[in-house]
Write a protein that binds this ligand. Structure first.
Ligand SMILES: [Mg+2]
Length: 159
């Protein structure tokens, strides 16, 4: 099975806001680790916080993470004013659809953004959302094993 994200871009900062608006996108759901913050760092960069705050003027935002560590999640929550859903079990769609309901969004008007094809992108596709694959925000710091695992997972992406 090959996955086809609607956009395959280098980072969240390359998101084409005008194009998404044209597509009728009203909500942006972000994965947390390696998408918005370096994996296990627990801290958003200043640039990312500003970027998210700017996006809030155009879109409803949510963070949907498979992370289960409640201390880590609370730490992330304390830095931003965006709803965070944890234990999402992506590619399962239950939590994605719950967030749509909470924010009064039709999944067709939401884009799911993340670094993992088999959780973020597959989950978005399963939920009938637009999908945006980004490279890991920490790709330059990752060791060979992690990079190789990412390479293998990306074989599921159709060019
Ligand atoms: Mg991730």
């Amino acid at each position: 099975m090959l996955l086809k994200p609607d956009f395959n871009i280098e980072s969240i900062y390359d998101i084409d806001i005008i194009e998404l608006k044209k597509m009728g996108i009203k909500g942006l759901f972000f994965d947390l680790d390696s998408t918005l913050m370096k994996s296990k760092s627990g801290t958003f960069s200043f640039r990312t916080i500003q970027f998210l705050n700017d996006l809030k003027t155009n879109f409803e935002l949510a963070i949907i993470t498979n992370n289960k560590n409640i201390n880590y999640i609370n730490r992330a929550k304390s830095q931003i004013d965006i709803p965070v859903y944890h234990r999402a079990k992506k590619p399962d769609t239950k939590v994605l659809l719950k967030a749509c309901k909470d924010l009064n969004l039709d999944p067709l008007n939401v884009a799911m953004i993340g670094d993992r094809p088999l959780s973020d992108i597959l989950g978005g596709i399963n939920a009938n959302m637009a999908t945006i694959l980004v490279d890991s925000i920490s790709k330059n710091d990752e060791n060979f094993i992690v990079r190789f695992a990412r390479f293998l997972e990306r074989l599921t992406i159709s060019k």
